[in-house]
Write a protein that binds this ligand. Structure first.
Ligand code: WT7
Length: 644
């Protein structure tokens, strides 16, 4: 970490200043940031909206009369903003999407090629009967046709609902039903660690179990002729509509751009809706200010497009700014552990954005892998998904960022649409382990149970105290898609993020993880209730409780406590059935890492399962007083079980 002969002082160790060449070329300088803070949030967000082209200008930045609406009166199209305007501006031959396939193949789309294919597919969707506001489900791996389909939907005003390809047929069925979606774009299959997985058969199973008729469109990735069932071929549709031009549909700022599922605290996945104007302005501005992106940059957000991170920073944000975005199909260690660094070197990636769970894996594999490659094109690194510890932060900066690159630790959620807490790389000092402050235009606080702000150094719940443009539509009016988690405390609007945090004396926020029953496994959000409901569906299981155990690589691991019915043995066979039930209800990402059988679960006198104890047991921690339990003896039994 130490460059030159001088040792770092303790203060320098705590704070890192961005390198002068970065600062002088940054999109947002200290002076810009100060001016924005002084000007106040309406100026910040009208500036964000001005990064976009509007067909009709908005009448106001925010309307809170009844419901919260961003940029009311404004009309725009997201596909136009992400494609056409760059072609019209003379950048048609510049790269838009750079795809790195699993088998080593690469494919690049210029903005003009992207425009052609998006138009052709939009025309095909229309011909199939997709109208404005019809929800199109996209169940696809990391192939270029995924962002193309998203943008084609956006072009005709049809909200997309992307379902992560690692989800099971049951999970897809729940999501098709919840969004009442009658159109599904999928793939015949894809490769995972060199093995072909057949997605189409999962899609068929899902379609069989939903009530509505679902029209399927299939992209051939494996092309092994195994896709059966009624469907249209993506390739045929696109070639039949070659040369079609579809006028981008003017959408109200508040109209839905897409739906996305996330894990809430209930047993059902939560459906979140994002708007066209507010969301796009938010992700465009944060791509500009936090990722410092411009049209000459190549940005690589390594998240799967199936999650919000990929929507915002692999697709909409970078394309809105006319940058090139890298889409990588494979896994980071296949065929070799240097694969990512090879992709960065080959494509001269400027900005790389990944999750701490991946950084910990890179660290474990060793610095010899990044060292084999010239990573000097990188000028900024980002991280997201969970708190990053100082060791991982320093390793990332040293071995990927050449000891020089600024790092932005960005905190946000599916519900926030885009980054809300982060340093600005050209304006703020970095503090490893802290995300920084609120971005200009954002107000946050750390509060106690009654909603009062706590003193610096004290932990509490992180709340956002003012609406922001990327906010999920369900947070705007409490109706429509998704659960409402806002409240008014002493006339102060608050959105409860579900995370605990501490603000330090310098105003920087340190995140402490989820306070609710949501687990963060390898940067992916899972609900304990959803996993439990899959487990209790297994024959022979009476009750189950799922908690997060700490895992140095994955953040959390899934620990299930299962109580079998009397006369049913808690044996290997049941354990396997429990695991496969979760795999088929949700997907293998949610399969329990450990299953502990117990005659009963620890409960309060009123019968509520006390997860706190189970969590302590799973993590080998001391339990404190258990006398308030109805069945304190079970805790002792559980502890001894785990010791075995
Ligand atoms: C949860 C949101 C959109 C980001 C990807 C996940 C955790 C996110 C950070 C960070 C500490 C973080 C929080 C949050 N989280 N970023 N930089 N530091 N924790 O989106 O699936 O909606 O999960 O991820 O716990 O609530 P998500």
């Amino acid at each position: 970490m130490v460059h030159g002969s001088r040792k770092e002082t303790p203060r320098e160790r705590r704070w890192k200043t961005p390198p002068p060449p970065f600062v002088s070329g940054a999109n947002v300088t200290t002076a810009d940031r100060n001016a924005l803070r002084d000007a106040g949030w309406p100026t910040c967000w009208s500036g964000a909206a001005e990064l976009l082209d509007w067909c009709r200008p908005f009448d106001a930045v925010l309307d809170t009369d009844g419901t919260t609406r961003w940029f009311p009166g404004g009309r725009l199209n997201a596909s136009y903003n992400c494609i056409d305007r760059h072609v019209e501006g003379g950048r048609g031959d510049e790269a838009a999407i750079i795809w790195e396939g699993k088998l080593g193949e690469t494919r690049a789309y210029t903005y003009r090629q992207l425009e052609d294919e998006v138009n052709a597919f939009a025309a095909a969707l229309r011909d199939l009967g997709v109208g404005e506001d019809d929800v199109v489900t996209l169940y696809m791996p990391m192939v270029p046709e995924l962002p193309i389909a998203m943008l084609a939907c956006a072009r005709i005003g049809a909200p997309h609902s992307v379902v992560f390809a690692g989800f099971s047929a049951d999970a897809l069925a729940t999501r098709l039903t919840g969004a009442n979606s009658e159109y599904l774009v999928t793939c015949d299959g894809y490769y995972r660690r060199g093995t072909a997985l057949h997605l189409k058969s999962m899609a068929d199973n899902a379609c069989l179990s939903v009530e509505q008729d679902v029209e399927q469109i299939v992209v051939n990735r494996l092309d092994d002729g195994r896709s059966t069932g009624d469907h249209h071929s993506y390739a045929d549709l696109v070639s039949d509509h070659d040369g079609a031009e579809i006028d981008p549909v003017e959408r109200d700022s508040d109209d839905l751009l897409f739906l996305i599922y996330t894990s809430g605290t209930t047993g059902e996945p939560t459906l979140v809706g994002h708007t066209t104007g507010g969301y796009l302005a938010h992700v465009a501005w944060t791509s500009y200010a936090v990722f410092d992106l411009g049209p000459d940059d190549t940005h690589w957000c390594s998240a799967d497009v199936g999650w919000i991170t990929g929507h915002s920073y692999a697709v909409y944000g970078p394309l809105a700014l006319g940058a090139a975005t890298v889409l990588y199909e494979g896994t980071p260690d296949h065929p070799e552990k240097n694969r990512l660094w090879e992709v960065i070197e080959r494509n001269e990636v400027d900005v790389f954005y990944t999750a701490p769970t991946s950084i910990r894996a890179f660290m474990k594999w060793g610095s010899e892998y990044p060292e084999q490659h010239d990573l000097s094109s990188l000028r900024l690194l980002g991280t997201v998904g969970e708190p990053i510890d100082e060791t991982a932060w320093r390793w990332y900066r040293e071995h990927v960022g050449g000891g020089e690159c600024p790092i932005v630790d960005t905190w946000w959620q599916t519900e926030t649409g885009g980054v809300v807490l982060s340093t600005l790389p050209g304006a703020d000092r970095m503090r490893p382990g802290a995300v920084g402050r609120e971005l200009p235009g954002i107000d946050a606080a750390v509060v106690n149970e009654v909603g009062e702000e706590v003193a610096p150094g004290e932990s509490g719940r992180l709340v956002l105290t003012r609406p922001w443009p990327g906010m999920a539509r369900s947070l705007c009016d409490g109706s429509g898609w998704g659960a409402r988690r806002t409240s008014t405390v002493r006339n102060q609007w608050q959105y409860d993020t579900g995370d605990n945090a501490v603000r330090d004396v310098d105003g920087y926020l340190h995140l402490l993880g989820r306070a609710d029953d949501v687990l963060n496994v390898s940067g992916r959000r899972l609900s304990t209730a959803e996993i439990e409901s899959a487990i209790v569906g297994v024959e022979g299981v009476a009750e189950a409780a799922v908690v997060g155990g700490t895992d140095t690589m994955k953040g959390s691991k899934v620990h299930a406590f299962v109580s079998p019915e009397s006369n049913v043995a808690g044996d290997e066979a049941l354990r396997t059935r429990v695991r496969s039930a979760v795999e088929s209800a949700i997907g293998s990402i949610a399969a329990p890492d450990s299953v502990t059988f117990t005659p009963s679960l620890p409960k309060t006198r009123s019968g509520k399962v006390v997860r706190r104890y189970l969590k302590a047991i799973a993590n080998g921690e001391t339990l404190g007083d258990t006398s308030a339990l109805r069945n304190p003896e079970v805790v002792g039994e559980l502890e001894s079980l785990l010791d075995e």
